[in-house]
Unconditional design. Structure first.
Length: 424
């Protein structure tokens, strides 16, 4: 059964000869163009094709190309950043470009349905900037992957299908490089799922036996074979790890093609009597910038809701175009207008006297003086508005973004109409 499913999926996700020819011709054209620009500027740098295209582990119809400009390490970092942007713009017919920011600036180019990242880095074993590892990662995989490329494709497609693929901020899942290392370590797609179904928290994998087991506290630790001080799985969230373990067990117990079919992560209202609020911000920001801020804000708002006796049941993050936001599902009930306020113990004479003189109506509960005082927030909406207006606990870019708050049917209709993918 599993072998039949794998054969069927591979027939759909393995690039055809025509697709390979198209991509290899395009990468060669870009490589020649960038090499000519380097030569015209008399720079000590070279062009390297990296990522899944170079390693032949990409999935059919994927159109992301990763191209690195590798500078000699004698160049100052400011010069690398400056010249990296000069070189990064592909000046050929049909190409458009924009500047993006990660560890340092790089260029995103678009051609037809292709997205081409051109990233400057150093040619250095010492690793001067975080992206310097990438060419070394590519070389390691090409040297060690052998005939396991289709096993990588199966694992990537399975992870895409169950929603745990990609280390980008909105997903916090498994990167392509992490998938490749898992296959190199376990030697097959089936073995990865078998082993993953039995993983414990803090599972430790070290292909070259070069790291130290006690250096990392992440849910999954996979030592980078080109830099033993780095955990390749550091961006993986506990939720994505546990989802992968869960779906690995489910697939092994009941194999199905459905696990390989990518589905939208739509919002689901799980409790019939709950309230749903969608806080929608307006403004164009890159996913890797806005998602960490949304996540930080959601966790802060969750804490304030609980502190004020509201019971949040779940939250989700979403973004499409210029709209991004947080959706909360909360238990629905009416809070009393007054809240109990605990004072000092009766035996604490000085503070007790101060408390009872301050509050007109007091009563004793156990060994403490108590009173009732008006509740600060009587509705969740008041909590949301107070946090946003006070700009407390929000991501820095979100503090000045226009916003609106939708409740129940309006929130559900908006989320459904726009078909937002929901992440946590």
């Amino acid at each position: 059964m599993i072998s039949e499913i794998k054969a069927k999926i591979l027939s759909e996700i393995t690039p055809s000869e025509d697709e390979r020819k198209e991509i290899y011709n395009l990468t060669k054209t870009i490589q020649n163009h960038l090499t000519e620009k380097i030569s015209n500027l008399s720079l000590n740098a070279k062009v390297e094709i990296v990522g899944s295209i170079s390693k032949d582990t990409w999935i059919a119809r994927d159109r992301d190309l990763d191209i690195f400009i590798v500078f000699d390490k004698t160049y100052p970092l400011d010069e690398l950043k400056k010249m990296g942007l000069v070189l990064g713009k592909i000046e050929l017919d049909g190409f458009t470009s924009e500047t993006a920011y990660a560890n340092h600036p790089y260029t995103i180019n678009h051609f037809k349905e292709f997205k081409i990242d051109v990233v400057p880095c150093y040619d250095s074993i010492e690793i001067i900037t975080p992206v310097d590892r990438t060419p070394h990662h590519t070389r390691f995989v090409k040297e060690n992957i052998g005939d396991l490329r289709n096993e990588v494709r199966l694992l990537k497609q399975f992870m895409k299908g169950v929603g745990v693929y990609s280390s980008e901020q909105k997903i916090q899942g498994f990167s392509g490089y992490l998938c490749e290392l898992l296959i190199i370590n376990y030697r097959s797609f089936d073995a990865v799922l078998e082993k993953a179904s039995k993983w414990k928290q803090g599972e430790y994998i070290d292909i070259k036996k070069s790291g130290k087991n006690n250096e990392f506290k992440d849910p999954l630790v996979v030592i980078d074979p080109v830099d033993p001080k780095r955990n390749v799985a550091s961006a993986l969230s506990i939720e994505r790890l546990c989802e992968f373990i869960h779906y690995s067990r489910a697939f092994l117990e009941g194999p199905s093609l459905d696990y390989f079919k990518k589905k939208k992560r739509l919002f689901v209202k799980r409790f019939p009597e709950s309230e749903v609020y969608a806080i929608v911000f307006s403004g164009e920001l890159l996913d890797d910038i806005i998602y960490p801020q949304l996540r930080k804000s959601a966790k802060y708002i969750w804490t304030i809701l609980e502190k004020n006796d509201f019971k949040p049941l779940s939250y989700g993050l979403f973004k499409k175009g210029e709209s991004s936001g947080i959706v909360f599902e909360l238990e629905k009930y009416t809070l009393s207008p007054m809240v109990k306020h605990y004072g000092p113990k009766v035996f604490d004479n000085a503070n007790y006297a101060s408390f009872v003189s301050k509050y007109r109506e007091t009563f004793i509960e156990g060994d403490r003086a108590c009173t009732l005082r008006p509740r600060q927030f009587s509705k969740p909406l008041n909590v949301f508005l107070n946090i946003i207006n006070e700009k407390e606990g929000l991501g820095k870019n979100m503090k000045d973004m226009p916003f609106l708050i939708l409740k129940d049917e309006k929130a559900l209709s908006f989320l459904a109409r726009e078909e937002f993918d929901i992440f946590i």
